[in-house]
Ligand binder design. Structure first.
Ligand SMILES: *[C@@H]1O[C@H](CO)[C@@H](O)[C@H](O)[C@H]1NC(C)=O
Ligand SMILES: *[C@@H]1O[C@H](CO)[C@@H](O)[C@H](O)[C@H]1NC(C)=O
Ligand SMILES: *[C@@H]1O[C@H](CO)[C@@H](O)[C@H](O)[C@H]1NC(C)=O
Ligand SMILES: *[C@@H]1O[C@H](CO)[C@@H](O)[C@H](O)[C@H]1NC(C)=O
Ligand SMILES: *[C@@H]1O[C@H](CO)[C@@H](O)[C@H](O)[C@H]1NC(C)=O
Length: 383
């Protein structure tokens, strides 16, 4: 029974925009641990939806279904007017999976209870902690910050008051710079960490916010510690290095760095830094358990770069020749890397599947038919 409770919340998928939503895969047939896996993409269209795509035993994608979230997508705007895309949200992790357990049909998603309102105006990133039963949302724009809600199999509680970041940004946010990029939990899930992009054109360095989970339960609100890191400029996505208090963070202005959280002061320091040759805007990162390394992507260069989880040195570069202009959000499951290219309106939206042990693409799976477009952002995986 305890196990079936765990199974029921397994694969809870939190979608974003305007509200936080809990979608849950069906709880039937829990006795059949088929190892069914899937990836999920936030389509982020005007009528928002999630594409759920099953993974075959050899790592390739097939079929897929689209589920409406009932909410609306969003997009940052260009300095010259018009919406950004690819990279509509300028963030990593606009949807997330929590409590991963096998199930027979990981594409059978349904909304759990009702969506809840998020304080702040432009949600772009979401993290979930199984240990704390918490879902935390980062909002950017004119009212930026982080806030959290508890979750149960019955749905989401209400969001805590916003821990405010005063960014002097607009809603919708202008340009991809100066904004909340990625909120995620430390490996021990005791801290919520958020990267905030700076803006080199105004000498704004941005910062990393570290918020101990225990602070959420202290009145009058959650107090975080912010570190501005000299030598960084546009901190973006992150990948937590398991078993450590470090994470690899991308910086769109040069490449990546390994950052370390001080467990006593909650301050963040740079432990190593790596300029990635040929990079234009390294933004998304995902840890590979099987290789003990981190894969990063760039929306302007069509390749995967594998970095050391110890010192962020480049290990391998996997160049792709599938016609995409670059890659955004990505996830790793076993030896396979799943990276989204939303296209640019002319080139189609696709997920590139790479076998990281061979260093080659094994599939270029088109996702336009599942509702993905140049606005799409966020990839989650159920393993
Ligand atoms: C993977 O499996 C699918 C379905 O069984 C098959 O159609 C496809 O050819 C296989 N691809 C590779 C690269 O082995
Ligand atoms: C806020 O942004 C506006 C518009 O970009 C700028 O003119 C103003 O100087 C900024 N204010 C501060 C305090 O940075
Ligand atoms: C940024 O800082 C540099 C070095 O201190 C200075 O030369 C430059 O004028 C500053 N730029 C802006 C836009 O404030
Ligand atoms: C930032 O780093 C540069 C180059 O390493 C150094 O010259 C400068 O003094 C540092 N600034 C601060 C505020 O530490
Ligand atoms: C989309 O990308 C393709 C391939 O890089 C390029 O040829 C095309 O001009 C781009 N279209 C737009 C609208 O940016």
């Amino acid at each position: 029974m305890l196990f079936s409770f765990k199974f029921c919340i397994a694969g809870a998928l939190v979608g974003l925009l305007a509200t936080a939503q809990l979608l849950d895969a069906s709880c039937k047939s829990w006795e059949a641990p088929s190892g069914a896996k899937a990836i999920y993409i936030l389509n982020n269209g005007d009528s928002n939806s999630v594409a759920a795509i099953p993974i075959a035993h050899n790592g390739t994608l097939f079929g897929g279904v689209t589920r409406a979230t009932g909410g609306n997508g969003g997009s940052t705007v260009k300095a010259t007017g018009g919406f950004n895309g690819p990279d509509a949200l300028g963030s990593q992790s606009s949807l997330t999976v929590v409590d991963s357990v096998s199930k027979t049909d990981p594409t059978d998603l349904k909304l759990v209870n009702k969506p809840i309102a998020v304080p702040g105006q432009f949600p772009v990133t979401v993290a979930a902690s199984s240990k704390n039963s918490l879902v935390c949302v980062g909002t950017t724009g004119a009212q930026a910050g982080v806030s959290c809600a508890s979750y149960t199999p019955g749905g989401l509680g209400s969001m805590s008051p916003l821990t405010v970041f005063s960014l002097n940004q607009t809603t919708p946010p202008s340009r991809p710079l100066n904004g909340v990029a990625h909120t995620f939990f430390s490996d021990d899930e005791d801290r919520l960490i958020t990267t905030v992009k700076g803006d080199p054109t105004t000498n704004n360095t941005g910062f990393v916010s570290v918020l101990p989970v225990e602070n959420f339960y202290s009145y009058p609100g959650a107090h975080d510690t912010r570190s501005s890191l000299n030598g960084t400029a546009v901190l973006f996505g992150a990948a937590v290095i398991p078993g450590t208090s470090t994470f690899l963070a991308t910086d769109a202005s040069f490449g990546a760095a390994i950052l370390q959280v001080n467990s006593f002061t909650n301050e963040v320091l740079i432990s190593s830094k790596q300029t990635i040759p040929g990079q234009k805007a390294t933004c998304w990162a995902a840890y590979s358990k099987q290789r003990g390394s981190v894969f990063v992507t760039d929306p302007l260069v069509n390749r995967l770069v594998e970095l050391s989880a110890l010192d962020s040195q480049v290990i391998t570069t996997i160049d792709l020749t599938n016609g995409d202009s670059g890659l955004i959000d990505l996830k790793v499951s076993g030896r396979y890397v799943y990276a989204l290219s939303p296209g640019n309106g002319t080139t189609p939206a696709a997920v590139t599947v790479v076998d990281s042990f061979v260093g080659k693409q094994i599939q270029h799976f088109l996702v336009g038919g599942l509702g993905a477009s140049k606005s799409s952002q966020g990839v989650a995986v159920l393993e």
